[in-house]
Design a protein around this ligand. Structure first.
Ligand code: TRP
Length: 349
């Protein structure tokens, strides 16, 4: 029997340098899947970034190179993964328009990912007027932002990708993509197969302040390009257990950010379990566990930072990788759109 082709696609919005949340949330799975899959694509989602940065195109433009550098430095390999820029593949925008007819506005407004992100960005939806701070415009969400799950479905299905490494917070977006694909197949004939989200085994990395989400806007992120001094500073600021005042006091491990990070990044799991016990019994200080974490994070980030600095000396080479990848990606995209137009009976000439 013929095994199904494994096609992987992921992307980042170019709105800032990438941090440990991205690394654990998706980059580690990208690295694994580029070895296993038949084909892999990595997209810089500049069109999606513009859905909430329409007034700041410089920011998006400048961060295209930054996110490309972050991914290359982590080991995403252009010989195995096709790198491309979303806006340079207009077939994605075309498919987005066709997909628009397959989703209701109500369904978009109910998408949990969209709802959470709208709150974070200060966008307000219908029916929420009462909850809004004085002075906020009502229903100020850009249509493009509300519709980004549609364009994300098009990002994926233009390449007929079936495995998508993402953080768990993106799963509702992929689910909506599957609904769109199903409806497309029902109306126009079997064209797209199911999208499967590939989520990290560790869950997510919390912010250094203990907030469930690490993000640039919350100012609680550790970047893949941070210097050793920056890592030191951030770890020393980390939230631990406010009740753990003297070294001899028993300390709490739950909600303690330092232990949450050790659980994810420290390869010596047995030692971490031992340290947790000591900390809970009293007799282990915050500074001692923070020093350990600094070394652990430095060993993760140092090789990435060094490779990044080396690659950053030749931005032309990086743009060349994006250009070659984009040309290759467009060929796949054109083939899919030809099939889509025929299925939709809009292939006139
Ligand atoms: N929405 C994703 C994020 O915020 C980025 C993204 C855009 C993406 N298009 C994609 C991820 C396609 C996976 C597949 O991180």
């Amino acid at each position: 029997m013929n095994e199904k082709n494994r096609v992987v696609l992921t992307g980042d919005r170019p709105t800032g340098k990438l941090h440990l949340g991205h690394f654990v949330g998706s980059i580690q799975n990208r690295l694994k899947l580029q070895e296993e899959a038949d084909k892999a694509f990595y997209m810089i989602a500049d069109v999606q970034a513009l859905t909430d940065n329409a007034d700041n195109p410089e920011k998006v433009r400048n961060n295209v190179l930054e996110v490309a550098l972050d991914n290359l430095a982590c080991g995403l390999d252009p010989a195995k993964t096709t790198f491309f820029i979303q806006s340079e593949v207009p077939e994605i925008a075309e498919l987005t328009v066709f997909f628009m007819n397959l989703v209701t506005v109500a369904r978009l407004e109910q998408n949990p990912t969209i709802k959470t992100e709208m709150k974070e960005k200060g966008f307000v939806m219908k029916g929420e007027e009462g909850e809004v701070e004085a002075g906020t415009k009502i229903r100020n969400v850009p249509a493009g932002f509300l519709c980004y799950p549609i364009s994300q479905a098009a990002d994926i299905l233009t390449f007929k990708a079936n495995e998508v490494p993402v953080g768990a917070d993106q799963l509702p977006v992929l689910e909506q993509g599957n609904e769109i694909a199903e409806k497309f197949n029902a109306y126009y004939g079997e064209t797209f197969s199911k999208i499967k989200g590939v989520v990290p085994e560790h869950g997510r990395v919390v912010g250094i302040d203990g907030n469930a989400k690490m993000s640039k806007s919350l100012g609680n992120a550790i970047y893949l390009s941070d210097s050793k001094e920056e890592i030191e500073q951030k770890v020393m600021q980390m939230y631990t257990d406010p009740g753990h005042i003297r070294v001899e006091d028993p300390g709490k491990v739950e909600g303690n950010v330092v232990f949450a990070y050790l659980d994810i990044f420290d390869p010596k799991k047995d030692e971490v379990q031992e340290l947790k016990k000591q900390y809970q019994n009293g007799g282990l200080g915050d500074v001692a566990i923070k020093k350990r974490l600094i070394e652990v994070l430095e060993s993760v980030i140092a090789p990435i930072r060094e490779r990044r600095e080396y690659l950053a000396k030749d931005p032309k080479m990086v743009m060349e990788i994006l250009k070659n990848g984009t040309e290759k990606a467009r060929q796949t995209a054109q083939a899919t759109l030809k099939e889509v137009r025929a299925a939709m009976k809009i292939d006139y000439f």
